[in-house]
Design a binder for this molecule. Sequence first.
Ligand code: HAM
Length: 418
Amino acid sequence: MDRLPGFRDFYPEPLPHEDVWSADARQYIFDKWRSMARRYGFREYDGPPLEPLELFTTKSGEEIVGQLYNFVDKGERAISLRPEMTPTLARMVAAHERAYKKPIKWFAIPQLFRYERQQKGRLREHFQFNADIMGEKDPAADAELIALLIDTLRSLGLTAEDFVIRLSSRNAWHDFFTQNNGDPAKAYDFYQAIDKLERDEPEVKQKKLAAVGFSLEQVESFITAAMPTPELESILGNLRARSLGDYVQIDYRIIRGLAYYTGPVFEAFDRKGQLRAIAGGGRYDNLIKLLSGGKVDLPALGFGMGDVVLIELLKARGLLPAFDAQVEAFVLIEDETLRNDSLRLVSELRAAGLVTEYSLTPMKPDKQFKRAMELKAASTVRLERGPSGEVVAKVKNLKTREETISIPGEVAASLQKA
Ligand code: HAM
């Protein structure tokens, strides 16, 4: 039985086949995501992987609705696997907003599902680091969020030569549209055409823009000028103060496909432009109000960073560490009359926090040693009976080959020190 197309199996390293994903690499990036989010004062939340279908059809926009993994459950409810986290977050915050001081800074690492056409960097499930700030209008919040995005990528070893944040604003496009007498009834089609500028053929672009009353030249010269709006200027100044200016550039080709964004928007890309977006986000000041039926009105902003493109990039740059089992102690049981003493020792070592292995069943000493070597154990520990019947522990550091003798009760402490 094969797995479904677009879904992944995660195996521990070393990987048995090129077609599978590394559970170790996944855990590595999850740890980096969590660690940086916490350093920025974000708290972790989670929600259900299944939601009422309506939550996603209300405001995410056509593209994502077309990709929903939805069905009718046994209770005749129209439901969907979550394609993104933002509507769930908006629902959760609206329900208990008063219990939290503003601004609310939350993060999550959900698995998301989109019935997409499979291609490089796009699967039917992915894990997405989400960080969002709710209850702050000032661009200082946008800058804080972008700084978190940059620092997260830096914590994985990526530099300003590897990635760039392309910063834009829907307000800039709104001003451009109205100042050039755009017809409000055609605003949606205009934004759609801008969103596809990098993907459409020149004739298609021209045609789409002409249909909403604009020329390609007009749009392109606005993009080339890249004049930051006051809010973007403020975000840039804030990031420069943190010495993060090199990571960001104004790029009005970014407008974001999701329908709910209202202000500054951004996407992170590899500098070489070979991969799809690493992350994307922006301000969505009306979504919470909309999803709460007008009860709660909170400005909000956030981003999502997927694991798929990120791992592709880290692999390409050689930035994934080698993942070993990291066994710290292998207890060799060469004398079966000492198995119970050895089991006690194994428990003590584990209680002391040391990754400890041993042979579950009797095995020849050389086989046990071979296993310890295969696991790249840092040390072996062997219990032996001394001349007067007392049990002693021989601890061997497998790197230095140095052997020390101690009483079993002291092994844990001495290994911890090492
Ligand atoms: P998004 O741009 O749809 O935004 O997704 C964010 C990131 O998730 C993308 O840049 C990409 O790395 C990854 N991603 C999306 N779809 C797939 C896929 N099918 N396969 C692999 N990776 C994928 C959102 O989802 C917004 N809700 C983010 C957000 C949070 N905005 C505000 N807060």
